[in-house]
Design a protein around this ligand. Structure first.
Ligand SMILES: [Mg+2]
Length: 353
């Protein structure tokens, strides 16, 4: 279909948690929208910062949710780390694998030799590098061994630097927190390969065989998915089904602003209605269809009309207009939360988007 948001792209690099699934369940409309994209000839690579699972495990999970894909359509930050190390080390070099099963599997697939903490003593020589990714069974001994290896001159690659990991019971320490523990003991910083750094997106673009300007990066987190997209030069699509909220997008600086704002992935198959923005005094007003948003002196007003997605876009566009003119967005967080809740309620009620 021409004229849809997706028609400008040949490939998608799609985040997982908060985009395709949340915990055990699928995000509404995501599986159908991605399935239709693939059926229409768009190539899709699923890229996750989560280093603990193998691409096979991830692909199995996605297939259970109803997606049609191959294992090669999944790239993880462990793979990005292993591919980088394979480019700078001799084939078969021993690498300390800190983290879940995905870390060791990625090293092996890249032609390196994963070594676990318990096997370092038997190796008879120092490891050439440390690849550190998330693993829920990582212990003090693993972190200490990593620190010793790094002090001995081993290269240090971290799969990602996410400080937190959303879990059902709250936020847990993410890989970045455990990397920080090792950092306390050594004098160097790791090379980070996951989003928002570019190697994981570079790997995804390689798998897609598509120039980055024809790839759409889809994600739910500004500080990883969208910042990574800006860094590498891909257009970013923000979907409001995961971690970052509408207020985060509205207040975002240019380093992590998405090209598109949507409420769910059905929008891939719709034309993208651009907001029309009017500056007025120290405020701004934006219109999309019959939805409008006005930001003036500490006030936020939104009229959803029949277009909740348009209302979200209008809010963001008005906010960026104020910020870019050097203005202040002195709107309290509760007003943003109310606006978002109203928009999502109208969206869930099933009105036209
Ligand atoms: Mg995510």
């Amino acid at each position: 279909m021409s004229g849809t948001l997706l028609s400008a792209y040949e490939g998608i690099v799609c985040d997982l948690d908060g985009v395709v699934y949340r915990g055990p369940s699928a995000v509404p409309h995501a599986v159908d929208a991605l399935g239709a994209a693939r059926a229409g000839g768009t190539r899709i690579v699923y890229a996750t910062n989560n280093a603990s699972r193998t691409p096979g495990d991830v692909a199995g999970h996605l297939a259970e949710l109803g997606l049609d894909l191959d294992v090669a359509d999944v790239v993880t930050s462990s793979q990005a780390g292993a591919v980088h190390l394979a480019s700078v080390l001799d084939t078969g070099s021993p690498v300390l694998a800190v983290g879940g099963e995905g870390v060791g599997v990625a090293l092996e697939a890249a032609g390196l030799r994963p070594v676990r903490t318990a096997d370092v003593a038997d190796l008879g020589r120092p490891v050439a590098a440390v690849l550190q990714g998330l693993g829920k069974d990582v212990t003090w001994r693993d972190l200490a061994e990593a620190a010793f290896a790094i002090q001995g001159g081993a290269a240090w690659v971290a799969t990602n630097a996410d400080l937190t990991l959303p879990e059902a019971r709250g936020l847990a320490p993410g890989n970045g927190a455990l990397v920080g523990v090792v950092r306390e003991a050594v004098d160097v910083d790791p090379l980070v390969v996951g989003k928002p750094e570019t190697p994981l997106y570079e790997l995804a673009a390689d798998v897609l065989h598509t120039p980055v300007d024809r790839v759409l990066a889809v994600g739910d987190r500004l500080d990883t998915d969208l910042q990574g997209a800006v860094s590498i030069g891909m257009d970013g699509l923000f979907v409001l089904t995961g971690v970052s909220r509408l207020r985060d997008v509205a207040l975002a600086d240019e380093r992590c602003r998405p090209r598109y704002v949507v409420l769910d992935l059905r929008a891939l198959h719709q034309p993208y209605a651009e907001p029309v923005v009017d500056r007025s005094g120290d405020g701004a007003r934006a219109v999309v269809g019959d939805a409008r948003a006005t930001l003036t002196s500490g006030r936020l007003d939104v009229e959803i009309g029949t277009d909740p997605t348009g209302a979200a876009r209008a809010l963001v566009a008005a906010a960026w207009s104020v910020l870019d003119a050097g203005g202040d967005l002195d709107v309290d967080a509760q007003a943003w939360a109310r606006a978002e809740a109203d928009i999502l309620a109208a969206h869930d009620a099933g009105g036209p988007r």
